[in-house]
Design a binder for this molecule. Structure first.
Ligand code: SF4
Length: 369
């Protein structure tokens, strides 16, 4: 059975008309649904009794539930979201620096086929794509969790499990529903779609002209190093990925982010910094350095390590010395397996109770709720 998360405005209008209800109520229903974090007090809406009954019986049941919650010492909250086919994905709420704000990170697939060697999400391979309603419901679960913590979500990133560019048919309608005014009203510029460098996906996102941000997970500046840790580099080499990223920047005017997971002894040398600077120095790109978060041995069996702080700072300074805008991303939620690359790494205590526990207490030291 569909939930209201499965509809955009035209689709809900058509649905209501087909069921002989006045489609004019579609906008109000969706507004209440998103404002209520996926819950609607249907009795408080001034709509007719027949429509009220139809919504209550056929459109209000969610298609997913929060099966467990883990909260990190830094306030990062990871949700295990259980889907109606009994598969599950993880979604993360990251508190902002301002006490009333938070960022949401959602998954676009159950598992991932891309095989990046430093990432836990790919270990079981790809199970399936999520549909737009399932991704929207992740956002709404996170929005509810944020509200209970006294925060509101001000940005959304597609950096959870999965490669969003391999599910753009569902990711694009999701972005429209969450960003656009009749529904989620988050704002287009508050949304970032990430990719490990799927060139046709970047080009399609460019052509869609959605006014969203693009994050490209480069992780190495040369094909030899990148192919070791990002298997898709064999299909989409560095030069092709950078060319597509430049096309996105030129067409949209947005500043892409180049994500760079730093792995000790693999891609963190002065030489790598020099090559990376050479790749991006002429572009208005922003480089995000992400010191590796431990997930144990990768798909290849290689066990990676995080570089020392001194190495990370040295790498950063080399980039900045060449005029590159670069920052080191603060590690968030690594004590509960919620940091970059760690989703699906942690075994969940699946016997824990569900949605009622959202936001039920202040952050602790990596505890389960
Ligand atoms: S880093 Fe992203 S694209 Fe690569 S395996 Fe992990 S989830 Fe998939």
């Amino acid at each position: 059975m569909p939930s209201l998360a499965d509809f955009d405005l035209p689709a809900l209008q058509a649905h209501l008309a087909q069921r002989r209800h006045n489609p004019v109520h579609a906008k109000r229903l969706l507004r209440a649904f998103y404002d209520g974090c996926g819950e609607v007090d249907i009795d408080s809406l001034s709509v007719g009794g027949a429509l009220r009954e139809h919504v209550r019986s056929e459109l209000l049941a969610p298609r997913s539930t929060v099966a467990a919650i883990r909260r990190a010492g830094d306030g990062t909250t990871k949700l295990l979201v259980s889907l109606d086919d009994h598969s599950a994905v993880e979604s993360v709420l990251m508190p902002g620096f301002r006490p009333d704000r938070a960022a949401a990170c959602v998954s676009s697939q159950v598992g991932c086929a891309m095989g990046c060697d430093f990432c836990a999400s790919t270990r079981g391979g790809l199970e399936r794509n999520l549909d737009a309603g399932e991704i929207v419901e992740q956002f709404l679960h996170l929005k509810r969790a944020a509200r209970k913590l006294g925060r509101r979500i001000t940005s959304l990133v597609f950096m959870g499990m999965g490669e969003p560019m391999h599910n753009l048919d569902q990711v694009i309608p999701t972005v429209r529903r969450i960003a656009d005014a009749p529904t989620g009203a988050l704002g287009w510029r508050q949304v970032t779609v990430s990719t490990v460098g799927v060139v046709p996906g970047i080009d399609r996102l460019t052509a869609e002209d959605l006014n969203v941000n693009l994050a490209v997970s480069l992780h190495a500046p040369d094909d030899a190093t990148r192919s070791r840790i990002v298997p898709s580099n064999r299909r989409y080499p560095v030069a092709d990925v950078m060319a597509a990223t430049r096309r996105f920047a030129a067409a949209t005017g947005r500043v892409p982010t180049i994500e760079y997971c730093m792995l000790a002894g693999v891609n963190d040398s002065d030489g790598h910094a020099g090559l990376l600077a050479g790749l991006v120095a002429g572009d208005r790109f922003h480089v995000n350095l992400i010191p590796y978060n431990s997930v144990g041995a990768g798909v290849s069996g290689t066990a990676y390590e995080r570089p020392s702080n001194e190495r990370v700072v040295r790498f950063l300074e080399l980039l900045r010395g060449r005029g590159v805008v670069a920052h080191v991303r603060a590690t968030r939620g690594d004590d509960v397996g919620a940091a970059c690359g760690q989703l699906r790494e942690t075994a969940w205590p699946l016997s824990l109770p569900a949605t009622a526990m959202i936001g039920s207490g202040a952050g602790g030291q990596g505890r389960d709720e």
